[in-house]
Design a protein around this ligand. Structure first.
Ligand code: F6R
Length: 260
């Protein structure tokens, strides 16, 4: 894993957006794996700005999001489909037909999960996968105890995930309890992975992911087996890393030049 510790939170998002922009400029028909969650908002804003002001084009790009809440229709105000449309897809020149999320309101969610995995395969797999991480170490909605060999399926959300995501719902609104999520093996098949984490509340999960044993207790630790993963952190998210000084010696200020 390449571990980049930036000097501040504000430097994390343009770095990630710049990597995605560079990738799609070189590979105009790339397939991107996308995430939702608060961490991604500034990344999508920066990509939309580059589209507006620098003519970055998504016209040939295909996207697959990681997950969707079971029971929510695509036009439900809290669905991830609506969130992605409103926050990102509406602001770029992507072909809506090439943007994919699992259908949360599918009559048979298990069948939809399997079909989603097949759709990713039929597209040739994911070239570049963008990830956040939950405070319990989840990636996508692969909660602790997930099989590290899993493919797309239904997962029950952990209590800490429901609590963390409650902020996106109205005060008295019922929170979905299950999601369709791509699996850990699905994520591991991506050619390249970029994972972002900021803030002190992610520090334990980040340390377990990078330095802990590979374990279903921290599903993100499976990424230790991925050959091309870059983790971009702010100082708070990196604060519990035992080898922090070593990572900073290799990549001063979190800049991506190998000084091996
Ligand atoms: C959602 C997803 C999740 C989030 C994680 C962090 O599509 O992939 O794994 O990345 O829950 O969420 P935030 O960024 O809100 O802390």
């Amino acid at each position: 894993m390449k571990v980049l510790i930036k000097n501040s939170e504000a430097l994390v998002f343009p770095d990630a957006a710049g990597r995605i922009a560079d990738h799609i400029t070189c590979h105009q028909t790339a397939t991107l794996g996308l995430a939702t969650g608060g961490t991604m908002t500034p990344v999508y804003q920066e990509l939309a700005r580059r589209h507006r002001e620098e003519a970055l084009s998504f016209a040939g790009i295909t996207t697959f999001n990681l997950d969707e809440y079971v029971g929510l229709s695509p036009d439900h105000p809290k669905s991830y489909r609506k969130d992605m449309n409103d926050r990102f897809f509406a602001h770029i020149d992507i072909d809506p037909q090439r943007t994919h999320l699992p259908a949360g309101d599918a009559p048979d969610p298990e069948a939809e999960a399997k079909a989603y995995e097949r759709r990713i395969d039929a597209a040739g797999g994911i070239d570049l996968q963008l990830l956040g991480i939950g405070i319990n170490g989840h990636i996508g909605f692969n909660e602790p105890s997930s099989s590290l060999g899993s493919s797309t399926r239904i997962k029950r959300l952990a209590p800490s995930t429901i609590e963390a995501n409650r902020r996106f719902f109205e005060r008295d609104e019922a929170m979905p309890t299950h999601a369709i999520t791509v699996g850990i093996q699905t994520i591991m098949r991506a050619d390249m992975i970029i994972l972002l984490a900021t803030g002190e509340r992610k520090a334990n999960a980040v340390a377990a992911m990078i330095e802990g044993p590979v374990s279903a207790l921290c599903p993100a630790s499976a990424l230790q087996f991925h050959p091309n993963t870059t983790v971009i952190l702010d100082p708070a998210a990196a604060s519990k890393l035992a080898l922090k000084d070593f990572y900073l010696a290799i990549h001063p200020r979190g800049e991506d030049q190998d000084l091996l």
